[in-house]
Design a binder for this molecule. Sequence first.
Ligand SMILES: NC(=O)c1ccc[n+]([C@@H]2O[C@H](COP(=O)([O-])OP(=O)(O)OC[C@H]3O[C@@H](n4cnc5c(N)ncnc54)[C@H](OP(=O)(O)O)[C@@H]3O)[C@@H](O)[C@H]2O)c1
Length: 245
Amino acid sequence: MSVYVVTGTNRGIGLEFIRQLSQDHTNIVVACVRSPTSDVGNLQSVIEESKNHNAIILDCDISSAESINRFVETLGKQKILADQKVDFLIHNAALNLKPEMNSLNLEPDVVHQMITANVLGPALLTSALLTAKLLSPKVRIFHISSGLGSMAVSLDHKPRQSAGYSISKAALNMLAVHQAEDIKSHLPGAVVALVDPGWVKTDMGGKNAIYEPSESVGNMLKILHDLKESNNGEYFHHSGRNVPW
Ligand SMILES: NC(=O)c1ccc[n+]([C@@H]2O[C@H](COP(=O)([O-])OP(=O)(O)OC[C@H]3O[C@@H](n4cnc5c(N)ncnc54)[C@H](OP(=O)(O)O)[C@@H]3O)[C@@H](O)[C@H]2O)c1
């Protein structure tokens, strides 16, 4: 049985991860949502339809160190985990606030919110799980990044898009590059990777997006399950090719 933890799962790409992962009843699936007041109706339906009794919903606000620590403590007490540890950690939750901002009119508070959620959230959650000894020796840490986190891809966008979000995803990419090395002294078999899900039809992606969540998530899960130690620190497109930094 493999243990999956996915953040930001009450809608969009995160919900689709839970839909696909819950189909396999040998999976233990931990679906994280922002807060106890989050609307989890769709998520509950997805879990119920899957009939997977090893899928649970826990709160984890990735913008709050307190919430992250509480989540890790709660996770450690879950009976369904028994002695098992997290095999796959999918950092999916993120914010794209004020996409109309460009580099000349950045609003500091808004950029701070995105750095807190999109960069510090995955950093602190990974560290807290490591410190609590809840990561398996061969854990796969999968960061959902974006093409907008790539300097090379952004150079081709005229006009450039979503400056604040793009900056936060570039910072996330650098976090993953550092994690890929730093985690080795704790868990030599661990792999950290980034993936661009493509332009996906969700609240964030909008209706004009190209991919259905089912296609993007199916592709990303293939990449996740194929990750080898030699892929540590790599940045993938959901199609499987590497994204230029
Ligand atoms: N859709 C695209 O075209 C696209 C393209 C490139 C990259 N991505 C990336 O793919 C991932 C998923 O995007 P999406 O399109 O599914 O976005 P979405 O539809 O906006 O959903 C975002 C999810 O993240 C959660 N979230 C946001 N802030 C959170 C916090 N502080 N703590 C916990 N959960 C939080 C949201 O919860 P609430 O419901 O509580 O707000 C929601 O479940 C993100 O990392 C995004 O950057 C998406």
